[in-house]
Design a protein around this ligand. Sequence first.
Ligand SMILES: [Zn+2]
Length: 418
Amino acid sequence: MNCRVNLIELVILWIACGLQAVAQTATPVLATPAATSNLSFIDTSIENASPLYWELDEAGETQVYLLYDHERDSPNRAAGHWHFRVEGKPKANVRLVLNNFRNVWNGKTGVPVSEKSIAYISTDGKNWQVVNAKLLPPGDRVELNLELPDSGSLFVARLPPYRLSDLEQFQNEIREHPLVRFEEIGKTVQGRSLEIISIGKPTAPHRVFLRGRAHPWEPGGNWVIEGLVRRLLAGDADSLRFLTRFNVAILPLANKDGVAAGRTRFNMLGKDLNRNWDLPANEHLCPENYALEKWLERAIAEGRKPHMALELHNDESGKLHVSRPEGMDHQTYLGRMARFEELLREKTWFREGSTNASFKNAGTLGEGWLVRYGIPAAVHELNCNWIEGLQDYPSSKNWKLYGSQLCEVLETYFDENK
Ligand SMILES: [Zn+2]
């Protein structure tokens, strides 16, 4: 009996092994791409284009796969920037599905798109209009339905882009102005020059520092900075008065390499430029922050410590991040931030509010500069989907307006904090 069972088992084993061998050597079944499509090409040769690959699936739909950028020594990864040019038949409809929004942030899975997400299209790469970005099940894909113009070519972006060439053009425009100074403070990982732009008189009684674009997908801060600088240099009575009260030092585009490469969040060596400010910056992994830290320490040693610092970002909330780090008396700082927020509400379109009483985020520039240097500093997010105070979508125009409105906020804030 036992022999007979063993024989049957052997036969079954032999058949199973044979089937496995067949399975291992079988040719994989590949989806057959659709033969025709209204889409000719997705062009990622343009400046600040997002790295991606794409394919036409069997249904003739275009699947676009964004590439993640990764943080060093961390599970964190990010893909949230999209910017490319669609080429196809004139006036044709093209449906794209964007994939790979399974980001990891602060060690947790998170999706950077929602029901509120929007996208922008442009025929010339300069003038942008909002289109719907439809969230698809299970909530980690986005559908874009596009109608190509007569030219058959359409730029598509997550937010109105602010490229390195936009910054260079703006800097060239203001470079010779008598109230503007440039100081090279260091270089990025890839050797791009980092410059602090100073506006106003060195002898002004108050000093404010602004940094934009630690995170490449977030261009809002660049438009705000441009609006603020243009207002300060307008040459009218108000702007001349602002500059008797305060001067401004700006690092406009901290993550130049990331913007050039169309990345989402980290520098080219996987460092988040809005993290690790609780410790001295690593010169080799994070030269962008090292250069800024050295500039700040020189400024402090020479008696030019900023009286306020704002770190500009984009997210889906748009709040002022007021940190309450452990082990320090926050009362003076909280009082100043509360007044600053009041003035934002009074003199600008800001309505998004500030973080709650338990908020802290060690390592951000806001909290790091407060703890290490005693500078009233905050991360200022700008809502990437909607501007409540204007009942309008974000745009370069609306963000530049905010920058110009900030001048009056700063004037009153500093007048009250003598
Ligand atoms: Zn950010």
